[in-house]
Write a protein that binds this ligand. Structure first.
Ligand SMILES: Nc1nc2c(ncn2[C@@H]2O[C@H](COP(=O)(O)OP(=O)(O)OP(=O)(O)O)[C@@H](O)[C@H]2O)c(=O)[nH]1
Ligand SMILES: [Mg+2]
Length: 446
């Protein structure tokens, strides 16, 4: 168990709430990060949320205890450390089930707020959402997360957040609500709010999708920045497009998508979109609520995966981003791996990355090193490299027939009652136009 010094404890009691962090090291579950690294990341999340970390501990376990997640002896020990470090809250590095949350809260006493990683991330998101869409998505995720966990402690919060943009995660936690009847009313209220938010978000999504269609009509391919939070995505877009997107050494600085036009060396322009970063153990409620934002990535012609090579867990972060992309079904979009922050290295960058990851480019978003090479690689992939495709184009989509003849090369054409089956090759810039008409691998007999 680690605790911070008494001096730093005293200094900040007045300013920042203090938290004790607790994790579980599962014996037979493979995790993206070691428990120590995961707790360190939780500490950075706390710093982002304006919470001081008073200490941290973990338990190595085979399986969760039904009632309290961790063993009863460990709960007693935890209570001791919470008292010892004068912490107002304990934050678990695991998502707590409603029962775990309730029982732990009961045992640790109402003066200690029991939170989990998901609640903390939701709180950061609530602080960083600046557009109506972002705020709606965070509010939805917060209500979805809270509904099954609603106890006296949360009812106060639910009312406090009601009608607002969903702000106020950690601040109000722990205040007792007025009893079961009120609880039932609050549950119904929250269910109604979830319903309303989903409807509002549907409208936003339709608007976004119409906007994307118009953008597609402009003929400019879309490159989506993806990557672990804090990798340098916004810094890169600022450098490329002379933009002024908020950049900070904090997690989840960006939530709302921003798109800028950038010119490639050959004179053609692309649209580059910067959006929310990923993290290991990304809460399911967030992925579900952020569908509108994630669709920006889904419809891109090319993904530019930004990697912070100066981070000690760089490989685990890359793995985690690949896994998230796969979970979202986006693993088939062409990808460039931008190995960023090379200006921070004291030794030359580890060239083994080039063999391990697709289309690697070493760069510094901050100093501009490697940027010309990056732009050239984007151009090559979008306009020079031909990608094999097999599509069935309906007779009504004559524009796409023209496109494949003009920009690509056609190898075979078969007329069917419901469309024309074409095998051929096409540059990446136009691949996404054909996505909905694809027939699997070009070698297939179908
Ligand atoms: N030294 C150095 N620092 C960088 C570089 N790129 C980004 N940074 C710093 O890394 C931190 C995070 O940068 P952002 O651009 O906000 O990262 P992001 O990927 O947009 O992060 P989120 O929006 O939080 O997901 C900031 O402190 C940047 O100044 C780089 O090439 N070199
Ligand atoms: Mg950002």
């Amino acid at each position: 168990m680690k605790t911070t010094s008494a001096r730093s404890k005293m200094k900040s009691t007045l300013v920042q709430p203090k938290a004790f962090l607790f994790g579980v090291d599962w014996k037979n579950k493979s995790q993206a990060l070691s428990i120590e690294d995961s707790l360190d990341e939780l500490a950075v999340l706390c710093r982002t949320a304006g919470i001081e970390v008073a200490g941290q501990d973990f338990q190595r376990m085979e399986r969760a205890h039904a009632a309290t997640l961790i063993g009863s002896g460990k709960v007693t020990e935890l209570k001791h450390w919470i008292d010892e470090t004068h912490s107002e809250m304990v934050i678990f590095d695991e998502e707590l089930s409603p029962r775990h949350l309730r029982e732990l809260q009961e045992l640790l006493g109402e003066e200690t707020h029991v939170l989990d990683r998901t609640a903390l991330i939701l709180d950061i998101f609530a602080q960083h959402a600046h557009t109506r869409e972002g705020a709606l998505q965070v509010e939805l995720a917060q209500y979805e997360y809270r509904l099954p966990r609603l106890t006296g402690a949360w009812t106060h919060l639910a009312r406090q957040a009601g009608g607002s943009t969903g702000r106020g995660g950690t601040g109000g936690v722990g205040l007792r609500g007025p009893g079961e009847t009120q609880l039932e009313i609050d549950r119904r209220e929250i269910s109604k709010k979830i319903h309303r938010l989903k409807k509002e978000l549907d409208t936003v999504r339709q608007h976004r999708s119409r906007y994307r269609m118009r953008r597609k009509g402009s003929g400019q391919p879309v490159v989506a920045l993806v990557g672990y939070t804090n990798a340098g995505k916004s810094t890169l877009l600022n450098t490329l497009a002379h933009a002024d997107i908020y950049v900070a050494d904090l997690l989840f600085a960006t939530l709302d998508p921003t798109t800028r036009q950038v010119e490639l060396p050959g004179g053609k322009a692309v649209l580059i979109t910067d959006t929310v970063g990923f993290i290991q153990k990304l809460p399911a409620a967030l992925i579900a609520a952020f569908r509108a934002t994630l669709e920006e990535i889904a419809e891109a012609d090319l993904l530019l995966h930004i990697v912070d090579i100066s981070h000690p867990n760089v490989r685990e972060q890359v793995q985690s981003v690949h896994q998230t992309l796969q979970d979202l079904g986006l693993q088939n979009i062409p990808m460039i791996t931008g190995i960023n922050k090379i200006d921070k290295l004291n030794t030359p960058p580890d060239e083994s990355f080039s063999g391990e990851y697709p289309n690697t480019v070493f760069l510094s978003a901050k100093t501009g090193l490697g940027i010309p090479n990056l732009l050239q690689t984007i151009e090559n992939i979008l306009y020079q490299e031909m990608n094999p495709i097999k599509v069935k184009i309906p007779y009504s989509a004559g524009r796409l027939l023209d496109l494949i003849h003009r920009e690509g090369s056609v190898e075979s054409v078969t007329h069917k009652p419901d469309g024309i089956v074409i095998t051929g090759r096409i540059p990446g810039a136009w691949l996404s136009e054909f996505r909905i008409y694809r027939l699997g691998d070009p070698g297939d007999k179908s």
